[in-house]
Design a binder for this molecule. Structure first.
Ligand code: AMP
Length: 339
């Protein structure tokens, strides 16, 4: 989730005066897709940036505390290893900023059960199952709190997140109408923006689905900490097709197109360079594998150098900065509601 304030479109998100919020859910080891689609862009962002780990969103389904704890720490280390500068940005963990859960409850008091039970995740994974957690129904309200706390006015997200931002808009409008603050409306009503750029890397074994950190099968997923020989093997076994020759045709040759995009994103040249320089899948895959290894090697090296204590200290400082930005919004919301 990436949230930007104030901006006309996602492409304008690099201006220094803007406030951005971007959270990553620790639901598995980060992938090369997370690096290209999120971490590399966070690393290069300018302006007032709040980048965090949405750990509370990782508990809507049955989870193991030890595994979650380890995944949170690993995600924190990977954010630093990927080059996010803790002096420039507030790097924080959502559960360390109690304003998120504080506003969550206030927004639950304006949200309706009916609108939450129509949310896709709840319908797909929760409805009519006795073991369903309450949080699977209510987490979109927490996500609305994440967005509204930082008074961001546009939210660049993929299609799958549109429904969440629409709920945040509805809750902000309803709250502002029913509880007008003394100094004007408490919330900025955010707009959804679909970024025009950015690649969506696909699973190497099934190019019809996204490469995802929560995929139970690791064969089609390149993780940031995969050693070189594992990366070579996964790319060598990546699904292509039986058509001879190399060209870029995402509709008819999705596996090959995905590999070309991965190679280009990792600095192996442009897609056209890769097409011109290779006439077999074997040599193309070798070139792409070496480019991915070269891109990820510095991250693995820095990751190994970062101690857990140093990482926790950086995130504790970042949480203080995030709280300073979030607490005036929560205070205004409480005051408007009369508590
Ligand atoms: P997720 O892993 O779905 O929680 O997403 C975290 C961030 O990584 C979001 O900003 C996504 O847009 C980005 N991301 C996740 N998977 C990919 C992928 N396969 N390709 C590009 N970006 C991705």
């Amino acid at each position: 989730m990436i949230i930007t304030e104030p901006t006309i479109d996602a492409g304008a998100a690099t201006e220094a005066s803007q406030r951005q919020l971007s959270l990553i859910t620790p639901s598995g080891q980060l992938t090369v897709g997370n690096y290209i689609g999120a971490l590399a862009q966070m690393r290069d962002a300018v302006g007032e940036c709040y980048f965090g780990i949405s750990d509370l969103h990782a508990m809507t389904m049955p989870h193991q505390p030890d595994r979650l704890r380890a995944t949170i720490l690993q995600t924190q280390r990977l954010m630093l290893a990927a080059g996010l500068d803790p002096e420039r940005y507030a790097l924080f963990k959502q559960s360390d900023v109690p304003e998120h859960t504080g506003l969550h409850y206030l927004l639950e008091c304006v949200a309706r059960v009916g609108e939450l039970s129509r949310m896709i995740q709840f319908k797909d994974k929760g409805r009519d199952r006795p073991e369903t957690r309450m949080s699977l129904l209510s987490y979109p309200v927490l996500m609305a709190a994440d967005i509204l706390l930082y008074r961001t006015d546009s939210v660049p997200v993929g299609d799958d997140q549109t429904q969440h931002v629409e709920l945040a808009r509805d809750l902000a409008q309803r709250f502002n109408r029913d509880y007008p603050g003394q100094d004007g409306p408490v919330f900025v009503v955010p707009r959804v923006v679909h970024p025009s750029v950015g690649i969506r890397l696909r699973n190497l074994q099934d190019p019809m689905i996204k490469m995802s950190k929560s995929d139970p099968n690791p064969a089609g997923v390149i993780y940031l900490l995969d050693p070189p020989e594992v990366i070579r093997r996964k790319i060598k076994r990546a699904v292509t097709d039986s058509t001879p020759g190399i060209n870029y045709d995402p509709d008819h040759r999705p596996g090959l197109a995905n590999l070309l995009e991965l190679g280009a994103a990792c600095g192996a040249g442009t897609i056209q360079d890769l097409i011109d320089d290779h006439d077999s899948f074997g040599s193309l895959k070798q070139t792409i594998a070496e480019a991915v290894i070269t891109t990820l090697e510095p991250i693995r090296t820095r990751y190994a150098e970062l101690s857990a204590d140093a990482v926790r200290e950086v995130f504790a400082r970042g949480a203080e900065r995030a709280r300073a930005a979030a607490s005036p919004t929560l205070a205004a919301a409480r005051s408007a509601m009369g508590v």
